[in-house]
Write a protein that binds this ligand. Structure first.
Ligand SMILES: Nc1nc2c(c(=O)[nH]1)N[C@H]1C(S)=C(S)[C@@H](COP(=O)(O)O)O[C@H]1N2
Ligand SMILES: [Mo]
Length: 196
């Protein structure tokens, strides 16, 4: 009996350690979109990285030829919900940037439908961010950003642009959609970088 109690408490403590300040655990998957869900067909889908050095573009088929990674991560929305152990499949931003000459230090993520969000390149490199197209073993639901979304799990989830279309590399940090509307330029949930 005491063993079960100890085990249960241990799991609880483990979960609490993974919750950034001010966050609450959810078990469903809320949908948060600033506008309607754009219809993006994989036949038309392109992913583009623009830098001062030039433009690199991948079609859906070319994208599917890239090395794929499976990631299990916790996600944290600025509206106070967190979801632990979410499983995604996609291509690391490192894999995409390996093909690009970049002297810039910042990126603006652009989405089909017009959404933008800014992320320092340092927060996209070294296994910290992906362009994902599967969630829990299924093609990514359009509501959650399918066919493909950015995943930057160590920052608040508004940085994980749904219906991602590409990255513009920039020398200076510029605010994206929510950042222009008061959300923090960086958005680290452990530092509660919610608004500015
Ligand atoms: N293109 C686009 N991406 C977006 C958003 C959006 O409105 N449009 N909302 C952001 C916000 S505020 C959050 S919390 C997450 C929500 O993702 P979900 O709907 O899959 O939970 O997507 C982010 N990415
Ligand atoms: Mo959000």
């Amino acid at each position: 009996m005491s063993f079960i109690t100890r085990g249960f408490t241990g799991r609880r403590r483990d979960q609490d350690d993974r919750l950034p300040p001010g966050q609450t655990l959810v078990h469903d998957f809320p949908v948060l979109s600033a506008g309607p869900t754009p219809q993006v067909f994989t036949e038309d889908w392109e992913f583009t990285i623009r830098s001062a050095a030039g433009v690199r573009r991948w079609s859906w088929d070319e994208f599917q030829q890239l090395e794929v990674e499976d990631v299990v991560v916790d996600i944290h929305c600025v509206t106070h919900w967190s979801k632990l152990g979410t499983r995604w499949r996609g291509v690391s931003i490192d894999t995409l940037l390996a093909d690009v000459e970049a002297s810039e230090e910042f990126a603006m993520a652009h989405s089909y439908g017009g959404y933008t969000t800014n992320v320092p390149l340092e927060d996209l490199r070294d296994g910290k961010a992906w362009v994902v197209f599967e969630f829990e073993g299924e093609p990514l639901d359009p509501e959650h950003g399918g066919p493909a979304r950015l995943l930057v799990p160590h920052l608040y989830f508004w940085k994980s642009a749904k219906w991602i279309r590409g990255l513009d590399l920039l020398s200076d940090d510029e605010p994206g959609f929510w950042e222009q509307n008061g959300y923090h330029l960086h958005g680290d949930p452990w530092k509660e970088e919610r608004y500015w």
